[in-house]
Design a protein around this ligand. Structure first.
Ligand SMILES: CC(C)[C@H](C(=O)O)[C@@H](O)C(=O)O
Ligand code: SF4
Length: 475
């Protein structure tokens, strides 16, 4: 039997069952899709639709934003002088206008990274099925939704039918119990999880994050954790909605209002996994054992506490792993045994759908305040959305960053993927709050170290990877 025994259901079961339209003999279910997000990479799917003479079935369920290709030094389309990027941004505007789809384009005060603005606008709600042609759609599961990335052909299917054939993934619960230490954040939780179970550790599963340390996280922190579910191989990540979720969503532009809100919350309270629900896999991690983390290699599982050293491939028995590690270290320009805190950096990127939210900027600013960016380091803050940028400015965070020597940019994916031209130069080493440290991710030969916003801020002001706890008040 897949998932739960008897009638007890996981949250994944509940959302799946309430969206199943019909089942096929081959084990696939047709799911109704509540919300479909599109961005400036979705153009190929609209091509598929046009070729078949079809139109979006439910444009009111679709929302779009320009994020991957937008410039972050300007909001002016004239600043997009790269023909391919221009075409992609314009295609989104055209496709949306033709179909009556609401988009938040370049220049719109609601524009931002799709996984930031969905929750922010109250478009991503508990109990929903949410899809987008983007692997980090798992982010939205933090609100108690079933949210996952899909490919261009599937996007075409969803556009045309507002439904999608899927085989139900298995379920996995990752419980983080106890209290996090000072300086330890949601990013450190998820990097620890990935370092523990590996980048394929959750393959074929929907992860439910549970336990007192997860319940204790803010909505922003939960979004960070769910964002990187895909980096552990998970199909989706989710967290049961609770008062933290409802407080975050209340009065958001697209969230239900008045009596509708009360009714919705009452329904959302029923979504949590039943107490006796059985998961296909269970993993438990003690929150107190988690330290501020950094990656040293070229996959997110190459992560270790900042107190450690660059690992030695020769100490690894498995020949495949040994070779992979040696290759990663050569790319990263790191020598085994070097204390991680001695690794100098050239660039800092605070942003992305993982860590570009207001709380992330606050925690980085708290470290930066009264300090200066070290040496010739080029440090950037790229808010995840224009709303976050405005809020940060209202709180004076931009002034803290700018006084320290940071560049304060407009919202977009920016240096997380470098698709808009914001790159880390060849050979440069970047302390980054994003989610992927793949070879060439931030530009050809760029070297990426993933970490939390507070850790990236600490690296910016010291010039090398740094245990943020050294810079914290009272430390
Ligand atoms: C380009 C896009 C489809 C891609 C994704 O699927 O995640 C990007 O957002 C990323 O983070 O690599
Ligand atoms: S910020 Fe990075 S991870 Fe997130 S959607 Fe953009 S490119 Fe993908």
């Amino acid at each position: 039997m897949r998932s739960s025994a008897g009638s007890a259901q996981t949250m994944h079961d509940k959302i799946w069952n309430s969206h199943r339209i019909v089942s096929r003999d081959d084990g696939q279910d047709l799911l109704f899709i509540d919300r479909h997000f599109i961005h400036d990479i979705t153009a190929p799917a609209f091509e598929i639709l046009r070729e078949r003479g079809l139109k979006p079935r439910a444009p009111h369920r679709i929302f779009g934003t320009a994020d991957h290709y937008v410039p972050t030094h300007s909001r002016d389309m004239a600043a997009v002088n790269h023909p391919e990027r221009r075409t992609m941004i314009e295609a989104l505007t055209r496709d949306a206008a033709e179909s009556g789809i609401q988009i938040f384009g370049l220049g719109d005060p609601r524009q931002g990274i799709v996984h930031v603005i969905g929750p922010e606008q109250g478009l991503s709600l508990p109990g929903m099925t949410i899809v987008c042609a983007d692997s980090h759609t798992s982010t939205h599961g933090a609100l108690g939704a079933l949210a996952f990335g899909i490919g261009a052909t599937e996007v075409g299917h969803v556009l045309a039918t507002q439904s999608l054939w899927q085989r139900k993934p298995r379920s996995m619960r990752i419980s983080i119990d106890g209290t996090l230490g000072a300086g330890v954040t949601a990013k450190d939780i998820i990097l620890t999880i990935i370092a523990t179970i590996g980048v394929a550790g959750a393959t074929g599963h929907v992860i439910e994050y549970a336990g007192s340390a997860i319940r204790g996280l803010s909505m922003e922190g939960r979004l960070t954790v769910c964002n990187m579910s895909i980096e552990a191989g998970g199909r989706a990540g989710m967290i049961a909605p609770d008062d933290t979720t409802f407080a975050y969503l209340k009065d958001r532009p697209y969230a239900p209002k008045g009596e509708d809100w009360e009714r919705a919350v009452a329904g959302w309270r029923e979504l949590a996994s039943d107490l006796d629900a059985v998961f296909d896999r269970e993993i438990t991690i003690d929150a107190a054992s988690i330290a501020p983390m950094v990656t040293w290699g070229t996959t997110p599982e190459d992560a270790t506490p900042i107190t450690g050293v660059v690992p030695d491939p020769d100490a690894i028995a498995d020949p495949g792993r040994r070779e992979g590690m040696a290759r990663a270290l050569a790319y990263m320009g790191l020598v085994p045994g070097t204390a991680l805190e001695e690794v100098p950096i050239d660039r800092v990127f605070i942003g992305s759908c993982t860590n570009g939210r207001i709380e992330d900027l606050r925690s980085a600013a708290a470290v930066v305040k009264g300090r200066k960016v070290a040496g010739r380091i080029e440090a950037w803050v790229v808010p995840g959305s224009q709303q976050i940028k405005a809020q940060a400015e209202a709180e004076g965070l931009d002034r803290i960053f700018k006084a320290a020597g940071f560049d304060w940019r407009f919202a977009g994916c920016s240096m997380c993927l470098a698709a808009n031209g914001d790159t880390v130069a060849p050979g440069q080493r970047c302390a980054s709050t994003s989610n992927r440290n793949f070879v060439g991710r931030q530009g050809p030969r760029a070297r990426t170290h993933l970490m939390s916003p507070a850790m990236a801020a600490a690296a910016a002001v010291t010039g090398h990877l740094t245990d943020v706890r050294r810079l914290m008040e009272g430390a």
